[in-house]
Design a protein around this ligand. Structure first.
Ligand code: C2E
Ligand code: CA
Ligand code: CA
Ligand code: CA
Length: 277
């Protein structure tokens, strides 16, 4: 639509200028979001379909902006990465998520895991690994219950890979987020100290309609098997998608079909209900 006429071009340029202005403004707000208490963590359960049980949760960030209302993490995380605030925000999420899981472990007898999204930018901070081990100590959460999700990225530097290896040595699990959507995923698996693959929701979406998506899913599941990696599918919204995945060997599932992301209280209730015999 933006190429229809000359005037729409100038409109487009105005839009762009406005966007960069509001971006600047939003960046300033984002820097203050933590101290203003505008950030919240929600949790989405991960289900083992064979057991019919919740086995873990993923922590997902929410920003309740004072005037703009709810802003999606896909909008503000890239901005936080650009302006560097992601280091501070990422640490806040990690501490909050670990503390929450430790609380749940105290309240319930279930070895649930906590998955936290990690921006590759956080790995540039040379104190990152120390921070993680400090947070584990502080919160009392055992490392084996913590998992870091990181989006595959070919451009990862040796220092960043080393940091991931150190995290593995601490006893954390590492999963490749959005697997299959970015670069050459297979060579990536050779270089990376990963333990789990997250099958991207874009493939799951086509389960009923697209032969190629079904083929991708089968291929990715067999890659996980060959590399002896765990696998979980995300974005599962229908029973058909879930049964296709289970039938093809992927029984760990995350998605609206089972649970939407929920606040801590709701998550606790959902887990308790799920654990009842
Ligand atoms: P992601 O890590 O791939 O997270 C999955 C996204 O899919 C989440 O969006 C989740 O709410 C959504 N989702 C889950 N189940 C379904 C489903 O059945 N159908 C559909 N359509 N969507 C589903 P969300 O919460 O908006 O997060 C978007 C992205 O923002 C995340 O994608 C992640 O890359 C990033 N993000 C979120 N929290 C954090 C964080 O604490 N740190 C970092 N670095 N990134 C984060
Ligand atoms: Ca994720
Ligand atoms: Ca993902
Ligand atoms: Ca994603």
């Amino acid at each position: 639509a933006k190429k229809e006429s000359g005037s729409s071009y100038s409109f487009f340029n105005q839009q762009m200028a406005m966007n960069s202005l509001s971006k600047l403004e939003m960046g300033n707000h984002l820097r203050q979001s933590l101290e203003r208490g505008e950030l919240e963590i929600v949790y989405q359960p991960q289900v083992d379909c064979h057991l019919g049980q919740i086995v873990g949760v993923e922590a997902l960030l929410r920003w309740n902006h004072t005037t703009k209302g709810y802003i999606s993490p896909s909008e503000f995380i890239p901005l936080a990465e650009e302006i560097g605030t992601i280091v501070e925000i990422g640490e806040w999420v990690l501490r909050g998520a670990c503390l929450q899981m430790k609380l749940w472990h105290r309240q319930m007898d279930a070895p649930l895991t906590m998955s936290v999204n990690l921006s590759v930018k956080q790995l540039n901070d040379e104190r990152f690994v120390d921070k993680v081990s400090q947070i584990l100590e502080e919160t009392g959460l055992e490392a084996k219950y913590l998992e870091m999700e990181i989006t595959e990225n070919v451009a990862m530097k040796d220092e960043q890979l080393d940091a991931l290896r150190c995290l593995r040595q601490l006893g954390l699990a590492i999963s490749v987020d959005d697997f299959g959507t970015h670069y050459s995923s297979l060579s990536y698996l050779k270089r990376f100290p990963v333990t789990k693959i997250k099958l991207d929701q874009s493939f799951v979406r086509g389960v009923q309609t697209d032969d190629k998506d079904r083929a991708m899913i089968r291929a990715i599941i067999s890659v996980a098997t060959s590399f002896q990696l765990h696998i979980i599918a995300e974005g599962v919204e229908t029973e058909e998608q879930a049964s296709f995945l289970v039938a093809n060997g992927c029984s760990h599932i995350q998605g609206y079909y089972f649970f939407r992301p929920m606040n801590a209280e709701q998550t606790f209730a959902a887990i308790q209900e799920n654990l009842q015999p």
